[in-house]
Design a protein around this ligand. Structure first.
Ligand SMILES: CC(C)=CCC/C(C)=C/CC/C(C)=C/CC/C(C)=C/COP(=O)(O)OP(=O)(O)O
Ligand SMILES: O=P(O)(O)OC[C@@H](O)CO
Ligand SMILES: [Mg+2]
Length: 232
């Protein structure tokens, strides 16, 4: 697989289970200046909801990736540039480390050349993803540093994802992950609601991911975060 994310400063994560702000369309979403759109969420995701977003974004140039939360929601669509498959390094339930992946291979014909994993370190205990995966979120910056390092060195991960979904994380923890990796790309996501948070987190991560802001405040707010990420 090629590694286009090495050039990404900003990713917009569209939750197919959530509405856009009234009056906004996916044409507006694709015109925010983000480097890529990732389609995914933890709760109440279906293949049909995924398909709706893909179709609405298909005619635009912005790279489009699916981030499935379960094997059953993966869709095949030529409009997709690829699949970013989470594996949760600090999950309490091994299903979210390798089990779902085994199950996916069992039922599907995987497009390997367009598929890569994201080594998640889930840190907000209140997020659905933490509950679902029974993640051990009680981690020090040293723990996160070590997870990031083994993700790259031992497990060959090309993307490490520090995930604070729903809340703004600790920049020192993000930096600890960055200090643990060499070649891998560090994604940071969680609670980025404006220029300042985007600018700050982009000092520590290679790529920042903005999610709920799109659904809560809309495309103008997202555009500010793109600016913050690009100017960092
Ligand atoms: C093997 C395949 C195809 C799938 C399994 C993939 C795995 C391991 C998923 C586990 C982690 C997960 C559910 C990732 C989805 C992306 C994500 C973290 C979205 C953010 O979710 P939240 O913000 O917690 O949830 P809501 O916004 O839906 O409440
Ligand atoms: O929704 P927010 O808090 O922006 O988080 C973004 C992303 O990391 C979620 O997977
Ligand atoms: Mg969320």
């Amino acid at each position: 697989m090629t590694t286009p994310w090495t050039d990404w400063d900003h990713v917009l994560k569209v939750d197919p289970d959530k509405e856009l702000v009234a009056g906004e369309t996916f044409d507006d979403v694709c015109a925010t200046g983000t480097d890529a759109i990732e389609i995914g969420g933890t709760l109440d995701i279906t293949a049909e909801k995924m398909e709706r977003v893909i179709e609405a974004c298909a005619k635009h140039d912005v790279p489009l990736y699916q981030e499935p939360s379960m094997p059953s929601v993966v869709v095949e669509d030529d409009a997709l540039d690829g699949y970013l498959i989470p594996t949760v390094f600090n999950a309490g339930d091994v299903f979210w480390v390798t089990g779902a992946h085994k199950e996916w291979e069992r039922i599907a014909d995987i497009a390997w050349e367009r598929t890569t994993t994201e080594a998640y370190i889930v840190l907000n205990d209140d997020a659905s993803v933490a509950e679902l995966t029974d993640a051990d979120t009680d981690l020090t910056a040293d723990d996160v540093h070590s997870y990031a390092k083994v993700a790259e060195r031992l497990f060959g991960q090309d993307i490490v994802y520090v995930e604070y979904s729903g809340t703004l994380g600790d920049p020192d923890v993000v930096q600890a992950a960055q200090d643990g990796i060499d070649e891998a790309t560090l994604f940071y996501g969680g609670g980025i609601h404006g220029y300042d948070a985007a600018y700050e987190m982009a000092q520590h991560a290679d790529t920042i991911v903005v999610g709920d802001l799109l659904h809560d405040e809309g495309v103008d707010a997202v555009r500010e975060t793109v600016k913050g990420a690009k100017e960092a």
